[in-house]
Write a protein that binds this ligand. Structure first.
Ligand code: PMP
Length: 371
């Protein structure tokens, strides 16, 4: 094969960092795996049954691009009841990742600037680069709260959108209501598109989740079923926001993803009636335990949501600390995968209590080791 068959854009980013950790995990015999970004609970039975019923009933064909009517209408009804915005249209997508991809193609022209908050979810930077956009990074270290003045300074005439994620991956940070409100107001003032990735919104442990869409009706909200219901492999997400933008995304979905998988959209209808609070409460307890275990030995901003903690590595480099952890059977992810800084590491407590306990023992032991 000839090298020139491969388009230049595939060289704009690499995925070796996170893959290296997963490759290592596959080779280890009994790893303590705190690296995984998905719930450790299985999809609840009634939701599984709905998927199976749909498959058995032959609901296996294409869905309309905009989503199966029962799911789309139910979600649209919830969104309308919550926001009451005159122009807020909903599209069912192939996971949150599908929505993010469509958004980039629909909103970002080559040379446009996209504001990201460091640390950021791994996909954001590659997706911006894929469409020829430029990432403008606003740092949130050390407490991972957004300084809205820094955002103001980062805005230029080329700024197209601000990509906001709370509760956040990888830090678990939840923006305060004040920050959320100020960011929403700033985006409106500067006529910049504010995008809110709310995939972890049900995992907000200390206060009720507040979306910037509450304060800025032009906010585009990206959400999905993956994390809330443990159905990451089923690929159902959705987006809602200004209809012209959502129509643009719908047109692109028609020629790319086509639709989200039909049987799992029917499962989504069922999921919306399922009470997940006990699952969320269990994750809050895991969060409390991890914070309690680590706060003496690690610099750790208490994560208010998602299922991650993002401690500072005790001896400088996050990467070399992760190597030490892996040498002790513990899999965590080096912060430099999500950041310009190589100072922290991400652990996911979406794991059994026994696994988390083992992980905490290793981390406490490693913190006490002098360099
Ligand atoms: N956004 C964030 C912040 C995430 O952490 C993830 C999953 N790790 C996604 C989007 C993608 O989720 P999905 O495509 O499964 O809906």
């Amino acid at each position: 094969m000839s090298q020139h068959w491969i388009a230049d854009r595939t060289q704009l980013f690499d995925s070796s960092g996170i893959r290296k950790v997963f490759d290592l995990a596959a080779k280890m015999t009994d790893p303590i795996n705190l690296s995984i970004g998905q719930p450790d609970f299985d999809v609840p039975e009634p939701i599984k049954s709905a998927a199976k019923r749909s498959i058995d009933a032959g609901k296996n064909g294409y869905a309309p691009t905009q989503g199966m009517a029962p799911l789309r209408e139910k979600l649209q009804g919830q969104v309308d009841a919550q926001y009451g915005h005159a122009d807020r249209k909903l599209l069912v997508t192939s996971g949150t990742s599908g929505a993010l991809t469509l958004l980039m193609y629909a909103a970002v022209n080559p040379g446009d600037e996209v504001i990201l908050f460091d640390p950021y979810f791994v996909s954001y930077e590659p997706l911006v680069k894929l469409v020829g956009g430029r990432c403008v990074i606003v740092d949130t270290h050390p407490n991972f709260q957004i300084d809205v003045n820094k955002v103001r300074e980062a805005i230029t005439p080329r700024t197209k959108l601000i990509l906001f994620n709370s509760p956040a991956n990888p830090t678990g940070a939840v923006a305060t209501e004040q920050v959320t409100r100020d960011l929403a107001a700033l985006a409106a003032e500067k006529n910049v598109l504010l995008v809110s990735d709310e995939i972890y919104s049900r995992f907000a442990f200390d206060a009720e989740f507040v979306s910037p869409a509450k304060y800025n009706p032009a906010t585009l909200v990206i959400d999905g079923f993956s994390k809330t219901y443990g159905m990451t492999g089923w690929r159902v997400g959705y987006v809602h926001g200004p209809s012209a933008l959502v129509d643009g995304m719908t047109k692109l979905q028609q020629y790319t993803f086509v639709c989200a998988p039909q049987p799992f959209q029917w499962a989504g209808v069922e999921a919306l009636d399922f009470e997940m609070q006990p699952y969320i409460d269990a994750y809050r307890k895991k969060r409390d335990y991890v914070v309690e275990q680590l706060s003496r030995d690690y610099e750790l901003a208490t994560p208010g949501g998602a299922f991650y903690a993002y401690p500072k590595a005790p001896r400088g480099s996050g990467s070399s600390f992760v190597e030490e952890a892996i040498a002790n059977q513990l899999l965590v992810i080096p912060g430099r995968i999500f950041s310009q800084h190589d100072t922290h590491f991400r652990l996911s407590y979406a794991a059994s209590d026994a696994t988390i306990e083992r992980g905490m023992e290793v981390l406490k032991k490693l913190a006490k080791r002098s360099s």
